[in-house]
Design a protein around this ligand. Structure first.
Ligand SMILES: [Zn+2]
Length: 263
């Protein structure tokens, strides 16, 4: 079962890209994918330094001098890689949407699917971005806004699904939904309206430190305790309790949980 990028994946990529590009004018920038044919990114960005590279939830921003920003969202398929110039790519060159080189390093964006050049003003007003909830990985987590948005949402929605809503909390995807509900001992199927504030915050308190470590070193797998392990004994209560899986809510994302110790 493949994992989709989550907030820690994006923050990790931002850190790697920042180390190569921030404060520098790239030596080369090109957009090999045919969809950018007439967009002239190389001309529009020529000679401009990268002011900053930052992540918010699952969105990544490369901000250039002159008020232009590249906005990326990887959805289920995209990725960012930082590679040695000339090194073999693990993906087809046809999958590269954007290549930015500085010195002997190449920053490559594969498979989009959201990759756009916009003005700084638009990044502030774009509904997809302006509507984001607090970033789970922000230095100071805005728990008041999280709780307010959670309570404004449908109270019958399962808490596991509510955590995936980027307007409530930005950066949690299906893996972290599963693992943090398990770590907090909370049933992801319980309606959000029946989950207390302290319990909702307990879930975030389990997710956040793990995600911060993963965002630093890019190693997410070590935090997989029950994800992908349906039918196995529960690592907390042991046999006969077994991990179950079922698709959750609208988009049917697989939800793993232990019916015995998650209540
Ligand atoms: Zn259990």
């Amino acid at each position: 079962m493949g994992l989709v990028p989550e907030g820690d994946t994006i923050h990790y990529a931002a850190g790697r890209i920042r180390a190569v590009l921030e404060g520098h004018v790239p030596d080369e920038l090109h957009t090999p994918h045919p969809r950018f044919g007439r967009d002239r990114w190389p001309e529009r960005l020529a000679g401009r330094a990268v002011r900053s590279v930052d992540a918010r939830g699952k969105h990544l921003f490369l901000r250039f001098e002159g008020g232009l920003t590249i906005h990326s969202h990887l959805r289920m398929t995209g990725s960012w890689r930082v590679l040695e110039r000339g090194a073999a790519w693990s993906r087809s060159p046809r999958a590269a949407w954007l290549v930015i080189r500085r010195g002997d390093r190449e920053v490559v964006q594969f498979n989009g699917p959201v990759l756009e050049l916009m003005t700084d003003a638009r990044t502030r007003f774009d509904r997809r971005i302006a509507g984001l909830g607090p970033d789970i990985l922000a230095p100071d987590l805005d728990t008041a806004t999280f709780l307010r948005r959670l309570r404004e949402d449908d109270p019958t929605r399962p808490i596991g699904d509510a955590l995936l809503d980027q307007r409530t909390i930005a950066g949690i995807g299906n893996l972290w939904k599963v693992e943090s509900c398990f770590a907090a001992g909370i049933d992801p199927w319980r309606p959000a309206g029946e989950v207390g504030d302290d319990e909702a915050l307990a879930i975030l308190a389990e997710a956040r430190p793990r995600m911060r470590i993963s965002a630093q070193d890019g190693v997410q797998d070590r935090f997989r305790v029950i994800y992908g392990r349906s039918g196995r004994p529960c690592p907390r209560c042991g046999p006969p309790a077994r991990i179950r899986v079922r698709g959750q809510w609208d988009d049917n994302r697989p939800t793993f949980w232990c019916p015995s110790c998650q209540t």
